[in-house]
Design a protein around this ligand. Structure first.
Ligand SMILES: [Fe+2]
Length: 251
């Protein structure tokens, strides 16, 4: 059960609600965009189908869309349950995100998208559902076909960026140079939007003061995030969190 205290809820001037929830032992963060006027509920990377359904049902809401940053299993855990429970739901991701190598199956979930994006790396596409408008930006590097979503006061970063760090690049399908280009594009996007907008990481790994936060302002991220503040690829490549000794420790 999700209680009201588990959900960071904000209603924006345009009528769209943004809910942010942390799930599981890896600190996965989910975002929901809700437009009550058109009964549209968009879930990003749902971790628990059951918990999302019951939290939404208690307010007479039903999920209508799932959008996926990437297909690592901790970002897709709730999808099967939601697809079964809500047959009309649309499942969106990038066509490159289904990683084909059979030995990587423990890490990647194969998804049957009802709809998919196929735009090239480091480009954005506008996406609309009801009154919700998001930019889906193709940001590979941590994983193939990785996407970020921004609009309605937030940038949902998936595993492109955490509050202080960025996603790792040493898992199958990872690519340090592409990741750096994706981080550089994110820096540009964040710099051109209001400083008080919120960066929502894929996991709530620790912020500069040790707190595990579900979001930080763009201003704080641009000042303190070690990937965003790296001056060039060489400096970025030296960051110690891009590669871990234990491959399965965190993803
Ligand atoms: Fe990941």
């Amino acid at each position: 059960m999700l209680t009201r205290n588990d959900i960071d809820r904000r209603q924006l001037a345009d009528g769209i609600e943004v809910w942010i929830v942390q799930f599981g032992s890896l600190g996965n963060i989910n975002t929901a965009f809700i437009d009550r006027a058109t009964n549209t509920v968009v879930l990003v990377d749902p971790y628990s189908g059951k918990k999302w359904l019951s939290a939404l049902k208690s307010e007479n809401l039903t999920p209508t869309h799932i959008i996926v940053t990437h297909t690592h299993r901790d970002h897709t855990a709730g999808i099967q349950y939601l697809m079964k429970s809500c047959p009309e739901i649309e499942l969106w991701g990038h066509e490159k995100s289904n990683y084909p190598k059979i030995l990587s199956r423990p890490l990647f979930k194969q998804l049957n998208y009802t709809h998919y994006w196929n735009h090239p790396p480091h480009t954005s596409e506008e996406w609309k559902a009801g009154g919700i408008t998001l930019q889906a930006t193709h940001t590979p590097g941590h994983a193939p076909g990785h996407l970020t979503f921004h609009g309605h006061g937030v940038f949902h970063a998936g595993d492109l960026l955490f509050t202080q760090r960025s996603g790792r690049v040493d898992l199958p399908g990872g690519d340090p140079e592409m990741h750096w280009k994706s981080v550089s594009l994110a820096r540009q996007i964040l710099s051109n939007l209001p400083a008080e907008w919120r960066l929502i990481p894929g996991h709530n790994y620790e912020w500069i003061d040790g707190r595990e936060l579900c979001w930080v302002s763009f201003a704080d991220a641009l000042e303190h995030n070690l990937a965003l503040t790296s001056p060039n690829l060489e400096a970025f490549e030296m960051l110690d969190f891009l590669r871990f000794d234990d491959e399965l420790a965190e993803y």
